[in-house]
Write a protein that binds this ligand. Structure first.
Ligand code: SF4
Length: 393
């Protein structure tokens, strides 16, 4: 049976974090209702739209992810409306993993009640740092105390499957303060953690300051690349010692608690994204992968309909994706499975590259399995780029 992962983007935030490069922003609450009405409309029309494009849209949903933005800002009535609309359009399995992203300190009791009632069984908290000054300098409102209090609140409300996010490389972060954030996270006993290394790009205010050598947003206090890499390695070790094993470049979990929704992205399983800047991967009736996305500007999104740039992947692009999405996982890629899907000749054309990466200590190649090494994970983007340069067989 084909099943679907459903992603819903809720792009509203209380303030814009300095490091944030997502399509999210601070909008008046008057937009909330309009936005949910648009999602209701998309949910009710998506089946006809996909049929018209000869795209296969599975009816059964086994994972839902409410991301953002800050979905926990939605009032309870809108949470109820959204989930009713989802359940009108799809058959959500009773065992489905249903995640909502929440910001600590930004989850009212009524919203938490509606989230539980709607069947959400997993919460991902964007903590980023348990050090109050680090959280404050990036524009977050919470303190360590508030974050710990909210973790207990959602547990008391009946949701025990929790994930916490941390960022390595925040301004003012030191090796000691990082260790403290890691240890605090481990002490909470959560099932899942994500660690992201600070990204320096033109899509965030802090990223722009760093690129231009500016002084705003405490940019001069951002740790060096070497320190950030060491912090990441420390997270891998400390979490493993606490039973949170790395299963993907940025993700750690207790056995069996890996994110079922996110695994779909890396396993190239079908998912539908609705809302602002939401991405989808579905298959056409002839089996080709089709990727598409919505705009990342709120006003045009609310005043338009449909998808931007549907892109049918060529066979070559599918093989490249199979490599670099699969290699994100610690389990790596099975050569046998790739050959079964794409044919021996096309897969074996990557062998010279694999041999070279193995010589450089960036991958391990054991019998049928190829996986990144610890060093390979630190430079994963450079490794993945190499897979794009291999000429087709
Ligand atoms: S809460 Fe999340 S989405 Fe919103 S600005 Fe901060 S990092 Fe970005």
């Amino acid at each position: 049976m084909h099943t679907l992962g459903l992603y819903l983007s809720i792009p509203f935030c209380k303030s814009k974090c300095t490091y944030c490069n997502f399509a999210s922003g601070v909008f008046p609450a008057t937009y909330f209702e309009q936005y949910i009405a648009r999602l209701e409309q998309d949910l009710s029309s998506i089946r006809v739209e996909t049929q018209q494009r000869h795209v296969d849209l599975p009816e059964v949903v086994d994972s839902i992810y409410l991301g953002g933005g800050t979905p926990s800002l939605l009032p309870s009535a809108l949470i109820r409306r959204l989930f009713s609309a989802i359940r009108r359009s799809f058959a959500v399995l009773p065992t489905a993993e249903i995640t909502a992203e929440c910001a600590p300190g930004q989850l009212e009791d009524a919203t938490l009640g509606a989230i539980v009632e709607a069947g959400v069984n997993r919460i991902s908290f964007g903590v980023q740092s348990f050090i109050d000054s680090e959280a404050k300098h990036t524009g977050r409102f919470h303190t360590r105390e508030i974050a710990l209090r909210d973790i207990n609140r959602v547990r008391r409300a009946g949701i025990s499957n929790l994930s916490l996010d941390l960022i390595a490389g925040l301004p003012g972060q030191t090796r000691d303060s990082w260790r403290e954030s890691l240890a605090t996270l481990a002490d909470t006993g959560v099932n899942h953690a994500s660690v992201y290394m600070l990204e320096i790009d033109a899509d965030s205010r802090l990223g722009r300051e760093l690129s231009s050598g500016g002084l705003k947003y405490y940019a001069p206090q951002v740790p060096s690349d070497e320190d950030i890499a060491d912090m990441y390695s420390e997270a891998v070790e400390l979490f493993a010692a606490h039973g949170l094993h790395q299963y993907e470049i940025s993700n750690f979990a207790r056995a069996g608690r890996e994110s079922a929704h996110n695994l779909k992205y890396w396993h190239r399983k079908p998912y539908l994204g609705l809302g602002l800047d939401a991405h989808s991967m579905l298959r056409t009736r002839s089996g080709d992968a089709l990727r598409f996305a919505t705009t990342d500007e709120l006003e045009p999104f609310l005043n338009s309909s449909g998808w931007n740039h549907p892109h049918r992947l060529s066979r070559e692009e599918e093989i490249e994706e199979a490599w670099f999405l699969g290699l994100r996982l610690n389990a790596g890629v099975s050569l046998g499975a790739l050959r079964a899907e794409f044919g021996r000749a096309d897969v074996d054309s990557f062998e010279p590259l694999l041999t070279e990466l193995e010589c450089h200590g960036l991958i391990t190649w054991t019998a049928d399995r190829i996986a990144l090494t610890t060093r390979g994970r630190l430079v994963s983007n450079e490794v993945f780029e190499r897979f794009l340069m291999v000429p087709a067989a």
